[in-house]
Design a protein around this ligand. Structure first.
Ligand code: IPE
Ligand code: IPE
Ligand code: MG
Length: 254
């Protein structure tokens, strides 16, 4: 018998608590810039302030896991200049904010980065921040860079096959153990800014039962207050995980 994706109350549950794992698809930088008649890169630069704000807001709100989607395996299709800008920007942001993240007790790690086009210096900076903060016990911040949910699943399948596991011994838990960072809990809430409503290949396995919110505000304008509104929306949802919500007589939640 397959086990439930998220083993919580069989009757579903109201989510009064702060979500344990929040993931953000940081979208809308290009449109932010276009509205100001600026090059797309200005939008990416403006995104930095939001990242810092949201990391702090999440930490203060008691979120234990925050994942930020910064660059997808599909984003390599963008013009070379924009890609180069993003590679430089993430490196600068990582180096600049490493002391603050460490001082706040945040454990940082990077999801993705298998592509040969990732510069060696960037891979080193990612590794350095990961090592520096690896013993921190505060919030875990996962930055998804050169990330693709499908790639992670394919890699997990390869790793599982290499391990010699018997097919009948493979279940959801043993499969998930081959994904990157298998200690990561399922995502509770995904926030995608800019009004776009799609997954875009983000943490496909981990979002199986996430709640989604789609604020129309563009990522560079997204602030702590917007983030807290998203948490509020989440807390009014009823999560059922395929069961029946006992406290609503089966009426769908908001
Ligand atoms: C998100 O903003 C940042 C990245 C994908 C790197 P976009 O650059 O996708 O902004 P829009 O969607 O074009 O407005
Ligand atoms: C998804 O945004 C990736 C990130 C936010 C890093 P995109 O803007 O690249 O997604 P699509 O192309 O609109 O689906
Ligand atoms: Mg976009």
């Amino acid at each position: 018998m397959p086990r439930p994706v998220v083993p919580r109350s069989a009757d579903g549950e109201r989510t009064d608590a702060t979500p344990r794992h929040v993931a953000c698809v940081m979208d809308g930088n290009g449109r932010w810039a276009a509205r100001r008649d600026l090059p797309r890169t200005s939008g990416h630069r403006a995104a930095e302030a939001t990242v810092i704000d949201i990391v702090e807001a999440a930490r203060s709100a008691g979120v234990r896991w925050l994942s930020l989607y910064a660059f997808s395996t599909e984003n390599w299709r963008r013009p070379g200049e924009e890609v180069d800008y993003l590679l430089c920007l993430v490196r600068r942001v990582v180096r600049k904010h490493a002391p603050l993240l460490h001082a706040r007790g945040i454990r940082c790690r990077f999801l993705g980065g298998a592509d040969a086009r990732i510069p060696a210096e960037l891979a080193r900076d990612f590794a350095d921040l990961t090592t520096l903060t690896s013993r921190n016990r505060g919030m875990t911040l996962t930055v998804a860079f050169d990330h693709g949910g499908r790639r992670d699943i394919v890699e997990a399948a390869r790793s599982l096959i290499r391990s010699g596991a018997a097919p009948e011994a493979v279940d959801e838990d043993s499969f998930a153990a081959h994904l990157p960072f298998p200690d990561t809990p399922d995502v509770d809430l995904v926030i995608r800014t800019s009004g776009e409503q799609r997954i875009s290949n983000f943490m496909l396995w981990q979002v199986a039962y996430a709640e989604w919110v789609f604020p129309s505000v563009l990522w560079p304008d997204f602030r702590a207050t917007h983030f807290l509104e998203c948490l509020n929306t989440y807390q009014r949802r009823h999560r059922r995980f395929g069961g029946v919500a006992a406290d609503t007589n089966g009426e769908p939640g908001s």
